[in-house]
Design a protein around this ligand. Sequence first.
Ligand SMILES: Cc1cc2nc3c(=O)[nH]c(=O)nc-3n(C[C@H](O)[C@H](O)[C@H](O)COP(=O)(O)OP(=O)(O)OC[C@H]3O[C@@H](n4cnc5c(N)ncnc54)[C@H](O)[C@@H]3O)c2cc1C
Length: 246
Amino acid sequence: AGAGVDVTVVEAGDAPLATALGTRVGAWTAPWYEAAGVRLLTGSPVAAVAPGEVALASGEVLPADVVLVAVGARPASAWLAPTLPLEGDGSLAVDEAYRVLAAPDLPVVALGDLARRRSARHGWVSGGHWDGALRGPAIAVRRLLGGPPQPADDLAPYVFSTQLGHDLALYGAPGRDDDVVVRGEVAGAFTALWFAPGSERLTGVLAVDTPRDVAAARKLFAGPELPRLDRDAAADPGRPLRSPRA
Ligand SMILES: Cc1cc2nc3c(=O)[nH]c(=O)nc-3n(C[C@H](O)[C@H](O)[C@H](O)COP(=O)(O)OP(=O)(O)OC[C@H]3O[C@@H](n4cnc5c(N)ncnc54)[C@H](O)[C@@H]3O)c2cc1C
């Protein structure tokens, strides 16, 4: 769009990034598209793509010289199925040491996008992100060689991205029904905090152009359990983001 090209983003969900962030927080990114000169259509599943056009389920047809499809990824693991039972999404469920749970007697580990890891802090953690694929192997190899578990082995899910000029970092694993607390202004730099419903247990942190909160979030999710935060204090961007019990 910055080069003067007409760009339309067509999103099936009700907001950008809704799968990862939920509809409410995802919707806070929608104004970024307009600011970048990009037309954003949400709630608009694509029905078909043909040369020169994109047909939406609504019947609307968008002319298009170039179509970029970005609709997610899943492990190409069908060839493993005769040997190891796969989850419905093609992943392999693994324990805290990345051992494949379906093969407890075999020295088989799974890592990266293929692995769905059991985490004491976050429940089941899916792959799909660079950080886990990078840091998991050293842990898996140490455990394979008989090394002891270490507290830092339970990696917090961490995703970083740049979206339309905004730096995003997501730590933890927000739940669909979690409460959301905002720190800062969603029209500018802000941090979204997810809490388990009605509790002080922090499940996820999204830092948008707030690098200090990225460092804080990394520390918060380093303990054996989900951190506990006072919601009112955490919502105040003038106060550091940390657990009062830390
Ligand atoms: C376009 C794109 C953008 C991304 N952006 C981000 C981002 O901003 N931040 C982030 O955290 N993550 C991002 N990711 C995700 C990140 O790249 C992956 O999570 C990470 O690469 C996973 O590492 P991996 O080793 O599990 O799998 P991969 O990197 O996919 O490596 C798997 C390798 O296995 C090979 N392979 C597959 N099947 C077989 C077979 N049967 N036999 C032999 N070899 C095989 C493949 O050819 C491939 O080389 C992005 C991914 C994509 C595609």
